[in-house]
Ligand binder design. Structure first.
Ligand code: CDP
Ligand code: MG
Length: 140
């Protein structure tokens, strides 16, 4: 499998509970390398652009408000098959369905406040990485 990069976000419910280090440990234990990372405060509008694919879903407004409610940590994870591997480490969207040991099983509070985002395809990863990081910030 090829080396890939994926976009990860540690969401407000996790940054406010001081879980950044514990979540990063899960990534590193799974063999994912954090090759870029920054803590930022999104506006509701910036969150809305990021989640535009969900604009018609009933939870969209609440999701954008949540993502802008406190700082997030945006990161680029690199590794063999990183996109799928990260989705496995994250666990299912609804923590009630997430496999034991996954980030969402251990830390998520609800289907909305579920601690992490991860790109779901190579196309999404490229677009999402470019939304938050310039080439100069990706040192590998
Ligand atoms: O994050 P993931 O790719 O697993 O799920 P998604 O279907 O792409 O949904 C994006 C985000 O919207 C989720 O991570 C939740 O924070 C939120 N969501 C929600 O609030 N209620 C739902 N029924 C589904 C998703
Ligand atoms: Mg998604």
């Amino acid at each position: 499998m090829a080396t890939e990069r994926t976009l990860s976000i540690i969401k407000p419910d996790a940054t406010t509970r001081n879980l950044t280090g514990k979540i990063n440990a899960k990534f590193e234990e799974a063999g994912l390398r954090i090759v870029a990372q920054k803590r930022i405060q999104l506006t509701k509008e910036q969150a809305g652009v990021f989640y535009a694919v969900h604009a018609e879903r009933p939870f969209y407004g609440e999701l954008c408000e949540f993502m802008a409610s406190a700082p997030v940590v945006v990161q680029v994870l690199e590794g063999e098959g990183a996109i799928l591997k990260n989705r496995e480490v994250m666990g299912a969207t609804n923590p009630a369905d997430a496999a034991p040991g996954t980030i969402r099983a251990e830390f998520a509070q609800s289907v909305g406040e579920n601690s992490v985002h991860g790109s779901d395809s190579p196309e999404a990863a490229a677009e999402e990485i470019a939304y938050f990081f310039s080439g100069l910030e990706l040192v590998g």
